[in-house]
Write a protein that binds this ligand. Structure first.
Ligand code: ATP
Ligand code: MG
Length: 354
């Protein structure tokens, strides 16, 4: 029997509520499909930061290094600036483990109310591939003449050939593997003078190696409009760290709610563990009320199993989510119009695993 070692970091806010829900589903599905899961739990969070001044211990990265995957809830909480939680936990994990792909599905699930007109006639089902290690999220730059009226800030972005090529290649390879027709690139080469023309150049060069796949590109502004107006035309969308980040909240927004959206931070070469987390954050406004929607976390668990090679178990989870959402007497959380708790929705999903 295969046994996988999973590092579990619930984090803050509703992370501490939806991660246990995800683990309950994982335990149930592993029993059905006959594999083992061994968890190591870490309390790394803003709470830990407040008491120790650290989001995670100095050897945090080392401790995670030998696990098969990392299962994360959400970090960030009022009282600790967002850049602290991001740059002291999430970003070090993504970079140290070279999780250079952030992969997020955008799929209209039956039973999730969609804000688009005629949504029932559209098949929205595509993937966003976001660069996860460089680009606009850089610490290169600084502030000069601080506090004077000559004060200014420089923020550099960094696009290496290595980093740009590997994310674009992943997008094409992924499209090929998923039998998708089209790869769309998010750009802004009319405004961003150096980086985006370079991005376009590398995208065009890579596209030549995939003559069977349609390669197109849009400036990020019109691409955002197209996400809303014609989301059914996308298959795989690839973007830089910043553009990918924005699109991957817009996509789930278009399909109804960020609460059900999953994400994977992947090291495709499997030299290091990959990390799976919902798209949503710690949602302080509803934390502690036991009403958080666990589907984003549970779907992230399915992406984790897929990555570990347990494809059947992953589909079992996704089908159970769909069945739970479509049941005539469905039991869902308030964000989906119901009045059930996190645990009740989780029970309903577990009841639909088969
Ligand atoms: P982050 O910066 O960590 O991404 P954020 O500021 O984008 O966080 P979220 O924590 O994702 O914000 O929450 C945004 C809104 O969506 C909040 O009103 C929150 O209550 C709601 N929300 C997020 N996740 C869920 C969930 N799982 N269930 C129900 N509502 C949610
Ligand atoms: Mg957010």
């Amino acid at each position: 029997m295969n046994t996988y070692h999973i590092s579990v970091i619930p984090g803050d806010g509703i992370g501490k509520e939806v991660v246990p829900a995800g683990l309950r589903v994982l335990d149930a599905v592993s029993a059905i499909h006959g594999f083992g899961l061994h968890y190591r739990h870490y309390d790394w969070s803003c709470e830990l930061y407040k008491s120790t001044g650290k989001m995670m211990p100095d050897d945090g990265i080392e401790r995670l290094g030998d696990s098969d995957a990392i299962f994360l809830g959400a970090v960030g909480f009022p009282g600790v600036p967002d850049h602290i939680s991001l740059w002291n936990l999430l970003i070090p994990i993504r970079r140290e483990f070279d999780q250079y792909v952030n992969l997020r599905p955008v799929r209209l699930l039956a039973g999730v109310p969609c804000p688009l007109v005629n949504a029932d006639k559209k098949k929205i089902d595509f993937w966003i591939v976001r660069e996860n290690t460089e680009g606009e999220y850089s610490q290169v730059g600084g502030r000069m003449f601080e506090g004077t009226d000559r004060e200014f800030v420089v923020q550099q972005s960094v696009f290496t050939r290595h980093g740009t090529d590997r994310i674009i290649k992943f997008a094409f390879e992924f499209a090929k593997q998923q039998k998708r027709l089209r790869v769309t690139s998010a750009t802004k080469s009319n405004g961003i003078y150096h980086a985006m023309p370079y991005w376009d150049e590398r995208f065009a060069a890579m596209a030549k190696g995939y003559p069977d796949i349609i390669a197109d590109q849009y400036h990020i502004d019109i691409l955002s409009a197209r996400f809303v107006l014609s989301p059914e035309r996308f298959d795989v969308v690839v973007g830089s760290n910043l553009f990918g980040d924005i699109l991957s909240d817009l996509g789930p927004g278009v399909t109804g709610t960020i609460a059900v959206a999953p994400s994977a931070n992947i090291n495709p070469e499997r030299r290091h563990p990959s990390m799976f987390e919902p798209v949503h954050g710690s949602a302080p406004d509803i934390a502690g009320k036991a009403i958080a929607n666990p589907i984003g976390q549970i779907w992230s668990a399915a992406m984790m199993l897929e990555h570990l090679g347990e494809q059947q178990a992953a589909s079992t989870i996704i089908h159970a989510i769909e069945r739970a959402l479509c049941a005539p007497d469905r039991r869902v959380t308030p964000d989906l119009g119901g009045n059930c708790s996190t645990d009740e929705l989780t029970d309903s999903i577990i009841g639909n695993l088969k």
